[in-house]
Design a protein around this ligand. Sequence first.
Ligand code: PLP
Length: 418
Amino acid sequence: MENPLWHPFADMGAVDGDRFVITRGSGSYVWDDAGRRYFDATASLWYANFGHGRPEITQAVTAQLEKLDSYNLFGYYANEPALELASRLSSLAPVPGSKVFLGSGGGDVVDTAVKIARAHFAHTGRPEKSHIIGRTQGYHGTHGFGTAVGGIPVNAADFGPMATGFSHVAHDSVGDLEAEILRVGPDRVAAFFCEPVIGAGGVLLPAPGYLEAAVEVCHRHGVLFVADCVIAAFGRLGTWFGIDRWDVRPDMVTTAKGLTGGTIPLSALLVSPDVAAPFFTGSPGAPVLRHGATYSGHPVACAAALATLDIYEKDGLIPRGRELEKPLADALSSAASHPAVGEVRAGLGFLAAVELSAEVLAADPGASGRLQRLLRDEGVLVRPWGKGIAMSPPLIAGDEELDLLASAIPVALSRLGG
Ligand code: PLP
């Protein structure tokens, strides 16, 4: 009988009977249920930044489970790991004094950021300033607001009317952004959501100057700049938060994934002191952010995050995302000249995409899924997206793994045609 497990973003007719079961992970590698080893070239789903199987996480989680296995953060309840994590993240944040709101996944903090942006203006006398602008090809998770602010239309298509008050601009055009702010009216636009490097939408790197100009336009018009760094943070771009690679001041920063290396679900939203101010006046009767979930600030997840930050610091992993960006681009140079390839995008951070040529995609719209499987046969796991494959290896990957990518991808590309 078929297994009832329903996989996210999966064609269940194709999955059934063909499940690929991962049973073990260590370092940059995972093993399937037949005992075969694979290079985890997308760090699972862009998150296993320190790889798999670190004993420090096991120890931290076990110790926390033994001490306090759970407690909620509602009202005045707090727990030690959540307090320590908030302090550590705030001290590293691009904007000094940032407040930290904790969730369980990237989508949680995206929706939290939409609500905080709107609530900030509602409580500073501008409730009509609620419109949110996203970017084409942007991905911000699958919660209600995240689906609406995302710019990959197929992800919203089946779900009926979207939340209102959202629009999208070309991901690479600051001119479009400013025109949209002016069209809607600066006094009506609350925030602009922007991944520093678009990840799930196909690893689209920002043109030089784009992010600085986008932040400048937002701030000139009184629009909050929300950097969605769910993928970009924790070393992926060679800095703690991703957006801090550029000399800009984000009003909010979303993080998740690498925060715990994916070991325990956790996300964190950094909120600049100005944006948080209406909620932190210190006087009774100040506005309350009526938002949060059962597991916000879960002590076991926060303990995993604290151990994760220690690993990043102890092993010097945060700068690796920048150090490895050229070696990764070099490893993909042979793929770039392959006739089945339209474009390789790499060279900014330790992530990359190989986009198939228009001819290959016209002949077989499912070619990226086939390429994923062909690479699996070569012992490499990658993430397919509409037009190709994406990679974001663990920051501990080295020459051996990059050599494997350099040799396996051209082999898989050549088999794609046959
Ligand atoms: N934002 C970005 C930039 C992401 O890449 C993702 C997930 O890939 C999300 C938000 C949503 O995160 P989650 O899947 O943990 O809800």
